[in-house]
Write a protein that binds this ligand. Structure first.
Ligand SMILES: Nc1ncnc2c1ncn2[C@@H]1O[C@H](COP(=O)(O)OP(=O)(O)OP(=O)(O)O)[C@@H](O)[C@H]1O
Length: 279
């Protein structure tokens, strides 16, 4: 079903501004800990932006601040021109854990939005069916999470994240628990769904290849305390192939990020030549 058939605007995404955002935990205790140095990033409406960096560099902290679930120590996040001062509502959030309710079918898990937010069921049901069909998951609609594979559960969770057509999607390592093959499939599904409505996506991943496969832009963060040390525009055509392999236009980006990690000591055992400043 097209966006026009549902009377939706062609693109759902809105701009996000991260303005001088920093975070210190325990700032009122004797032992404050700086998790994020001041960050300044302007994200265009409809962009797919990934954040990569070592464990503990502050990626999840940044996402929680963007969602309005954590207060920054300085600065502000602005979504569609409005400062985020409480949890934002026009958002789809996905975590590593699929968080489906065991006592609801896959379809009813997706419809949770309608129930919790008091939205009219009918248009959402239509969109949910459409998304299940698009991911070739119709057979799973009436099954319970325990009857589905891990990959299917994560894809149902993806549908739930997108069903209310949010302007912003925040994803924290959503495919981390999946095997490599399923992860590729779900990545392709995400790109396909994102291309239809172009919400603005902030996507955290440990996989550099996944970031390059999905993103318009990749923010590379330093080890803790996190700051953005590289901001890479990825100009590869879409939809991107499932297996990006060793095509030079792809490995160029992957190498650039790995070289940062090698230089910063995040990757060990790399040959000294690889640890040079990226070109
Ligand atoms: N509530 C908190 N109180 C104190 N320190 C915290 C709190 N939450 C996070 N931290 C610390 O802030 C730093 C950044 O944590 P965060 O979870 O944002 O990292 P991350 O980059 O998402 O890590 P990972 O990739 O392992 O998920 C870590 O050192 C963490 O221990």
């Amino acid at each position: 079903m097209s966006a026009a058939a549902l009377s939706l605007p062609e693109q759902s995404g809105v701009p996000i501004g991260i303005r001088n955002v920093s975070k210190e935990f325990g700032e009122h205790s004797g032992k404050p800990f700086q998790a994020l140095k001041p960050l300044n990033v302007s994200i265009d409406a409809g962009a797919f932006v990934s954040v990569v960096g070592a464990s503990g560099c502050g990626k999840s902290t940044l996402m929680l601040i963007a969602a309005g679930l954590l207060k920054p120590s300085s600065g502000e996040v602005v979504v569609d021109g409005r400062p985020v001062v409480k949890p934002i509502t026009d958002v789809g959030i996905a975590f590593q854990d699929h968080l489906l309710l065991e006592f609801r079918t896959a379809f009813e898990n997706v419809m949770l939005h309608a129930d919790i937010r008091g939205l009219p069921r009918q248009p959402l049901e239509k969109r949910a069916r459409d998304l299940f069909a698009q991911l070739k998951l119709e057979h799973a609609m009436n099954k319970y999470p325990s009857q589905l594979s891990g990959g299917m559960r994560q894809r149902v969770s993806l549908i739930r994240t997108l069903v209310h057509d949010p302007a912003v999607i925040l994803m924290d390592e959503p495919f981390g628990a999946l095997d490599a093959l399923t992860r590729l499939q779900v990545r392709a599904d995400l790109e396909e769904l994102w291309l239809r409505r172009r919400p603005t996506v902030l996507f955290i991943t440990h996989s550099v290849e996944e970031a390059v496969g999905l993103s318009d832009r990749i923010l590379v963060m330093s080890p803790s305390p996190g700051e953005v040390i590289d901001d890479i525009q990825v100009s590869l055509p879409r939809p991107r192939p499932l297996v990006l392999g060793d095509a030079p236009e792809f490995t160029r980006y992957v190498d650039r990020i790995h070289r940062h990690f090698a230089r910063l000591g995040v990757l060990h055992g790399v040959e000294p030549g690889a640890a040079k400043e990226p070109a």
